[in-house]
Ligand binder design. Structure first.
Ligand SMILES: [Zn+2]
Length: 565
């Protein structure tokens, strides 16, 4: 094989490695992956090493944004080739299904964040691609962690992303179904009620030996099962286990637990039930009962899939096809649901939409466009390679979408007063709402001018950098020469014609006080041009030279949330 022929594979691995590691690929790691994919190259390690070095160097010079775009173009390495109408790989066996059915199955124990979007979006996208059915299923069978406020928040998040579901199920409404199957499996000797303490069971399991409960007769098992339902056993005292091969290579799969006793009241159904299915049991039964044909899941579910497979075998069912994707991490943001919920409860975060979080609620509040979130996730696609997303990448995608939509306004933070002398008669200036779209019209910036003195406010930081004698331009208005640093600052009028001097933002008469909530949760106070008072809550605009913001409230004062530059 000639080195030009190897180069495309090297490029794919280098890009994937760079995207995974914040923009910097590691040559050694790339060599390792490449050799694993093409073992025939091993004898040529030196030559390949040099090739990899040069490609990695090239890739590392690219902005992360471009690396991601390029990875999309060349395709993820050694895995799925991209095809199909939407750039997604075809679903295996889809043409043999009468109807493709996919599902998104969140646990309502915390808010959805950017890392969850992949499963939701891809499952939905595939159902639509094949004109199939998309199901939303709340997996709330742990009464101790389900949170009542999450059901609606998750529905809202999905609708915001443009995801509509054809059917909705809540597992806490389906306990009788799980009980029916549990009883059937127990009666058929495919499951049993184990009352051993966990450490005893684990010890036996790890040696591949049955616990004393496993081979008790069916009538004793059923008596125990009835006892579980009727309250004979406390928490941790009895568990229904699915029989598997006791010599299964992975001990975690051997006789895995399917149902257990939980006495904590459930936020939706209270104390009506005391036996609750564990994740794998309810998932497998529901996937079958709901006719799910394809499951798109994180690759951390490999062991779970093995467990579920044993249950499908017992029941004589065909498991859905599973597609794995890699983990998505986000540099500089906590994606842990537990930490998020704890932080909100303790007051560390102001809510699930605290700007420091990467929850969908927080992104929405900061003015991110759902379209940008969709695009970035679909661009990452279904690769099993772990991906790490940065805020910068998210900003770049969002900017592309909102730049055209966001109207422009003047805003100055920590305002500093400036008096300009010798200003000719003028009482307002009209500027376009958006420089590229004159048809949107203009906004009016009134000027506070008495005699020949104009009063304006500059950004505090801009003002602090000015020196006496400097000429600068009040953007889209006039040139000024600074005569005194004050306070207040003073200056002389130096003409209206455009000059090659620094342009500064300003606000004059009728300025509106604005509070900006920053991504680190700090507050920046400033003054915006009067038109800002007339915006709508939820509108995303650009404060020129400051950044994109979303209007959060107009009363009692104007409050906006910062998106990004
Ligand atoms: Zn036992």
């Amino acid at each position: 094989m000639k080195s030009e022929d190897i180069r495309p594979a090297v490029l794919r691995w280098a890009l994937a490695n760079a995207v995974e590691h914040g923009g910097k690929a590691d040559a050694k790691a790339v060599v390792g992956k490449l050799m694993a994919e093409m073992p025939e190259l091993r004898p040529r390690a030196r030559e390949i090493g040099q090739l990899v070095e040069s490609v990695v160097e090239e890739v590392n010079r690219l902005p992360q944004q471009e690396q991601l775009a390029m990875l999309k173009e060349v395709g993820a390495p050694g895995v799925i080739r991209r095809e199909g109408a939407r750039g997604l790989p075809k679903l295996p066996g889809a043409e043999r299904c009468p109807m493709v059915v996919t599902r998104f199955a969140p646990n309502p124990n915390g808010p959805l964040h950017i890392g969850h979007v992949r499963a939701a979006l891809l499952s939905h996208e595939y159902a639509r691609m094949y004109k199939g059915k998309f199901i939303l299923r709340f997996e709330d069978t742990n009464p101790a962690n389900a949170l009542l406020e999450m059901y609606d928040l998750i529905r809202l998040d999905l609708r915001w992303l443009g995801i509509e579901w054809d059917e909705e199920f809540v597992q806490s409404d389906r306990l009788e179904i799980y009980y029916k199957y549990a009883a059937k499996l127990i009666a058929e000797g495919k499951a049993y009620v184990c009352t051993c303490d966990v450490s005893t069971f684990r010890h036996l399991r790890d040696c591949g030996r049955p616990c004393p409960c496993r081979d008790l007769p069916a009538d004793e098992q059923l008596r125990r099962w009835k006892g579980m339902l009727e309250g004979e056993y406390g928490e941790g005292k009895a568990v229904v286990r699915i029989k598997t091969d006791l010599e299964h290579p992975n001990p975690a799969v051997r006789d895995w637990p399917a149902l257990r006793v939980v006495t904590t009241p459930h936020p939706r159904v209270g104390e009506r039930y005391r036996v609750w299915p564990l994740y794998n049991f309810s998932v497998a039964i529901d996937d079958h009962e709901m006719g799910v044909t394809h499951v798109i899941r994180g690759k951390e579910h490999v062991v779970n899939e093995m467990r579920q497979r044993t249950l499908f075998e017992h029941l004589g069912w065909k498991p859905p096809a599973a597609l794995q994707y890699g983990r998505l991490t986000m540099a500089g943001a906590t994606l842990s649901k537990t930490q998020t919920v704890r932080g909100v409860r303790s007051g560390e975060f102001s809510g699930y939409d605290d700007p420091r979080l990467a929850t969908l609620a927080a992104l929405r509040r900061r003015g991110f466009s759902p379209e940008a979130v969709r695009r970035i996730i679909l661009d990452i696609g279904l690769t099993p390679v772990d991906a790490s997303l940065s805020w910068e990448t998210l900003y770049a995608y969002n900017r592309k979408v909102i730049d055209a939509e966001a109207n422009r306004y003047f805003f100055v933070s920590s305002p500093a007063k400036l008096l300009v002398r010798g200003v000719p008669e003028m009482d307002e200036v009209r500027l376009r709402l958006h420089p590229s779209y004159p048809e949107r019209g203009e906004r009016v910036l009134p000027l506070l001018r008495e005699d020949d003195i104009l009063t304006v406010y500059l950004d505090g930081e801009d003002a602090s950098r000015l020196e006496v004698g400097t000429i600068f331009r009040l953007k889209d208005l006039m040139n000024v020469e600074l005569t005194s640093k004050g306070p207040p600052l003073e200056g002389d009028f130096r003409g209206l014609e455009l000059m090659e001097v620094p342009k500064l933002q300003w606000v004059s008469a009728g300025g509106v006080e604005v509070e900006v909530l920053m991504p680190d949760a700090s507050l920046v106070r400033g003054l915006a041009e009067p038109a800002v008072a007339g915006l709508r809550v939820g509108e995303v605009v650009q404060f020129e030279r400051f950044g994109f913001v979303r209007v959060d409230a107009l009363q009692p004062k104007v409050a906006v949330v910062y998106g990004h530059r």
